[in-house]
Design a protein around this ligand. Structure first.
Ligand SMILES: [Fe+2]
Length: 484
């Protein structure tokens, strides 16, 4: 049964109208290359002695605390932290009341070397069997140096559960990165979908590579210790650095950032899937083999069969290199993955594909190029209602700066693009609608720059679209928010 906003969700029209009134004015048909000029902040990394990287006090105090989803459906978290003086305990104490820890879980500890750097003791602890939609407090570390945090589990898997994701990419550790992170934390979003390129530690050499992974871990702890960050690997995680004797790809990343890959029957932590609230999130690795017959290709083919839009209506894919981007930087680097996977994404009616890599913001219309083969000449993307929207959010603010040059003129498939720092939020309201914002740093959270109401590709594509267009056409024509 198709659920309509006039039936099962009587208050939803009000929400839509409210959203239209308060969001930025934008026509749905015009392509926009924003001319916004950001205020100048240096794209240099914050010095190591800055309080943004403060080391917690006390002997062997846990630092770089972060959590991620620990299973397929959100009833588990993986808690990770680092101790530097000695291994110490890998135990997590947790419970639903503050400072009252009725449960415990035992983790494990690892470490690694990178060039002449030796890591601290990296603890990973799986906490499972959690109740849905419940606030948990947790405590890690020993004696007087122990530290306490909390997180909220997601609601159980349900097609009409509302849930808000943040999307951040290419963050790094500059003052712009800090601005992005602070703005994100004001947004009220509940989980970060991180689209790759974490620390940019590979911009350093020898011992400093590991040192900058450590500083980044302390930098993001303010958010990542309290809500899961769903990790995607980017090119800056590869760290193939033979000049320093390091040739094992993803060495630092894989030691430090765990993923629940086995829960989705993946054989590799770099590609996996999780279900959370009303969303099915697929994470791909742009820098691992993905052509036909490779493990990632075979896994994705099977994972798409496991997607159940009756339970998780929102199908979201994360990758690092965008399949569609009209920026001069990294132009067509995602083309090889597009050639392999785009037809699957269209046939699966994927809602949204988020990527990073390009240090700017861009959102596409629903377009596809799946009819093209190398001889038929049909090589230009065409409007396709079954296709995903492609969104590049590689604008977290790292030390490489912005990618300010777009292909001119703006291609027809590109809806909005701007070279500024920022982050996105996706407010899933129910099985048919989600409110989306891209928020440029310079404005603060109350001035979203690109706002869209997304219709679910499985549930709301046809009937819902016609109904809302009829009801609100005048408002839309006056120019409020894009409907997509
Ligand atoms: Fe990148």
């Amino acid at each position: 049964m198709l659920v309509t906003s006039g039936g099962q969700f009587p208050s939803f029209h009000f929400l839509i109208i409210l959203f239209i009134i308060v969001t930025t004015v934008r026509s749905g048909s015009a392509r926009i290359t924003s001319t916004f000029t950001r205020s100048e902040w240096p794209s240099t990394d914050i010095p190591l002695d800055n309080e943004a990287f403060a080391i917690p006090k006390g002997h062997n105090a846990p630092q770089q605390v972060h959590i991620t989803q620990g299973d397929y459906d959100g009833k588990a978290v993986i808690i990770t932290w680092v101790t530097t003086d000695e291994p110490g305990s890998s135990k997590v104490l947790y419970g639903t009341l503050e400072k009252k820890y009725d449960f415990s879980a035992e983790g494990n500890v690892t470490n690694y070397t990178f060039s002449n750097y030796s890591s601290g003791y990296i603890h990973h602890c799986l906490v499972h069997g959690l109740e849905p939609d419940t606030k948990y407090y947790y405590k890690i570390g020993d004696g007087g140096s122990s530290r306490e945090f909390w997180f909220q589990t997601p609601p159980k898997i349900d097609p009409d559960t509302s849930y808000t994701f943040g999307i951040i990419g290419d963050l790094g550790q500059t003052y712009n990165s800090l601005s992005t992170l602070e703005h994100y934390m004001q947004s009220g979003a509940q989980t970060v979908l991180f689209v790759g390129d974490l620390s940019y530690a590979d911009r350093y050499e020898f011992n400093d590579v590991g040192v900058r992974w450590d500083s980044w871990g302390r930098f993001v702890e303010r958010s990542a210790a309290y809500q899961p960050w769903i990790w995607t690997a980017g090119n800056h995680e590869v760290e193939y650095m033979p000049n320093m004797g390091e040739v094992l790809p993803f060495k630092s990343y894989l030691h430090r950032y765990a993923t629940p890959y086995m829960a989705s029957q993946s054989s590799n932590p770099l590609w996996y899937a999780v279900r959370r609230a009303s969303a099915h999130i697929i994470v791909l690795s742009s820098y691992s083999p993905f052509v036909k017959y490779t493990p990632q290709w075979k896994w994705l083919r099977e994972e798409l069969k496991r997607v159940d839009r009756e339970k998780t209506p929102w199908l979201i894919v994360l990758m690092h290199a965008p399949m569609y981007s009209s920026n001069v930087a990294h132009y067509m680097e995602g083309e090889s993955m597009r050639a392999v996977f785009e037809s699957w994404f269209v046939h699966a009616k994927v809602d949204l594909i988020f990527a990073g890599h390009v240090h700017a913001y861009e959102r596409s219309y629903r377009i596809s190029n799946i009819h093209y083969n190398i001889t038929n000449g049909d090589r230009y993307p065409i409007p396709d209602k079954s296709a995903p929207v492609y969104i590049t959010v590689g604008d977290g603010g790292n030390q490489e700066g912005l990618a300010g040059r777009f292909v001119d003129p703006q291609p027809e498939y590109s809806s909005f693009r701007e070279a500024s720092y920022g982050h996105s939020t996706l407010e899933i309201k129910n099985r048919t609608h989600a409110f989306y914002h891209w928020n440029r740093n310079d404005d603060g959270k109350k001035v979203p720059t690109d706002s869209v109401v997304f219709y679910n590709q499985y549930w709301a594509r046809n009937l819902q679209r016609r109904r809302l267009k009829r009801n609100h056409i005048r408002t839309i024509e006056r120019g409020t928010a894009t409907f997509c």
